[in-house]
Design a protein around this ligand. Sequence first.
Ligand SMILES: O=c1ccn([C@@H]2O[C@H](COP(=O)(O)OP(=O)(O)O[C@H]3O[C@H](CO)[C@@H](O)[C@H](O)[C@H]3O)[C@@H](O)[C@H]2O)c(=O)[nH]1
Ligand SMILES: [Mn+2]
Length: 738
Amino acid sequence: MRGPSEMSTKTPHLHTLKDLRCTALNRIFALIFTSAIFALFYHHFLHLLHSSTTTTFFLHLTLLFSDVILTFMWATTQSFRMRPVRRHVYPENLPQVMDHPDYPKLDVFICTADPYKEPPMGVVNTALSVMAYEYPSDKISVYVSDDGGSELTLFAFMEAAKFATHWLPFCKRNRIEDRCPEAYFSSNHSRSSGIDELKMIYESMKMKVESAVERGCIVNGHIKTDDEREAFKKWTAGGFTRQDHPTVIQVLLESAKHKDITGQEMPNLIYLSRQKSKTSPHHFKAGALNVLLRVSATMTNAPLILTLDCDMYSNDPKTPLDMLCFLLDPKMSKYAYVQFPQRFHGTNKNDIYGGENKRLFQINPIGMDGLAGTNYVGTGTFFRRRAFFGGPSSFLSAENLELNPNHVVDKSIRSDTILKLAHNVAKCDYESDTKWGSKMGFRYGSLVEDYYTGYQLHCEGWDSVFYHPNRAAFLGDIPINLNDVLSQNKRWSVGLLEVAFSKYSPITFGTKSRGILMGLAYSHYAFWPIWSIPISIYAFIPQLALLNGVTPFPKVSDSWFYLYVFLFLGSYIQDSLDFVLSGGTIQRWLNDQRMWLIRGISSYLFGSIDFFLKSFGISSFGFNITSKVVDDEQNKRYEQGIFEFGVASPLFVPLTSTAILNLTAFFVGLTRVILGHGNMEEIFVQLFICGFGMVNCWPVYEAIALRTDKGRMPMKTTMVSTFVALALYSVASLIFQI
Ligand SMILES: O=c1ccn([C@@H]2O[C@H](COP(=O)(O)OP(=O)(O)O[C@H]3O[C@H](CO)[C@@H](O)[C@H](O)[C@H]3O)[C@@H](O)[C@H]2O)c(=O)[nH]1
Ligand SMILES: [Mn+2]
């Protein structure tokens, strides 16, 4: 490092921050929209005052309630629009600050939890892509946490360690950009020297690993060294199950000892499966990450940490340099992490399930970045280790001083002392009576441990950076069937409500700790699932009212009608503009808004119900891992943009019921107008809502009536949903007759 005086007199530009031009417009629009919302409430109150019957009174009260929630959610989104910013980095200036060999050490954490839902070859690819970073190899340590406790994953990594000695020098020599081998070999790579041979080594490793996974065990012939035999003994010794087993730590590569085929140093590579016992809570991924924090502290204790999910590989070998531009800047010492957006490969052309989650991963973060920083999204995040030990100016020491961020490790990572300590801190009861999970490390108590941890760090006074480079820094898998997408969102909903209704609720605690705008931004996510209330109300009530000849909305000739038009178009146009301006297409946006509605009456609704049942002690929930296995037939349909139902999931029931109800109400309403029993002017808004519902439900009609493939709507779901729709209709008819 250059001397401090030299740095302060001539600090080169490492990064800059620019306000987006839309800020002023956003603020003006927020004002106009706010007045419109006030007018809407005035209109609602007039109706309540003048309702002629109890039924219409309650009907208007229901609509008012749903508009209150929409307003609350709208208000929270304003936090993202008040100061969106864009950052730039200048890694070319890094050499003026620090020489390449002096870069700080980097510990990479990769989590996996199930060899059948998360195929080991995928995990291996993630690891290889970061091991090959354009960064001094001896500074990188990759720790793989296997919550599946699977010898198959360990076996895959033993093979990967050997393959890496070929892969790393190849990438560096040829300046390859795709350093995830699977992505590289399946792309139109150039014909560099030695590539055919390398591909053969890769394919043979892949075959060995995949056949082991298929067989479900490791054959003796594949175990070559005593070291390897010793490692697998833990499984063969008996009594080893996924939920109950001792810690396994296997150092697969040690930088100081292992060289690649050209004689260069390799990064460290460590396999870790923490101790599990049915009697101790393991806190899912957050628990795994805390064990990683401690085990890595005993071995390398790097000041910088990258957390990655096994389904997200590095797509740019220079990403660590971008990160250094922020974290090496002495003015950024209050910044806990640099978050890169989650971006995905393999989305179909129009992204039918909105898998890109553009708003969540790309649009909202630039808004929070202009405040105190974006939320942590679990993967693609570079942390300062120090951030896990108290606020920026209130250091919290670990119970064992050897785990503190300033502790220097000076022994080989394979030495007995280190390994003994590492095993000790990976024990399942290590955390009892410590601050891990509450004040230290990744935080427990929510299924969205990422969101909750980032939030707590912000509350402690840390800031964060969002950096979105043109070439995606990381690329991940997305679920490609509707049930998986909805289940994932249901898990998120439960996790978010756990935070929303805790004593750390962002609306109270967050607002107090980090100000109103950050509080609102975090509240926006915490209260995400309550979107299910207005979405469900608008999916059922206007339709049921229409069928019963009740018209709660203004006539087309009424001037209040224009208020509704303005509110609807205003929010939709603004949302689509945000989407398109951040590089999306209109087609994708249409699908994105459809998925928002679908999630509203499935994931958010069921997630909320689950959460409340659990709060009353009626049920419990766990971390349902998203499957990363691709079924060929499903994949084909996905590529063609066809929705995948196929399983009789309860998540599809409200969706199918509303599809049926919208269709019926639309045609009944229209027929009445044609036959002269109804007035178009009066029912226009309701007809429009039904038509809008139908357009969004189009894939449901196809799946019920027009398809014969395996992904169509199961008969059982259609029948249950028809029954639900009929039941709702009967109840509504009774009520409307009062
Ligand atoms: O007990 C567990 C459960 C999960 N995981 C790992 O957690 C990661 C995320 O799981 P996944 O099934 O892929 O969930 P997603 O919904 O795709 O993940 C999003 O949501 C999670 C919170 O619900 C965050 O942890 C993730 O970073 C974020 O990408 C994976 O690497 C898993 O291996 C564990 O290590 N232990
Ligand atoms: Mn995932």
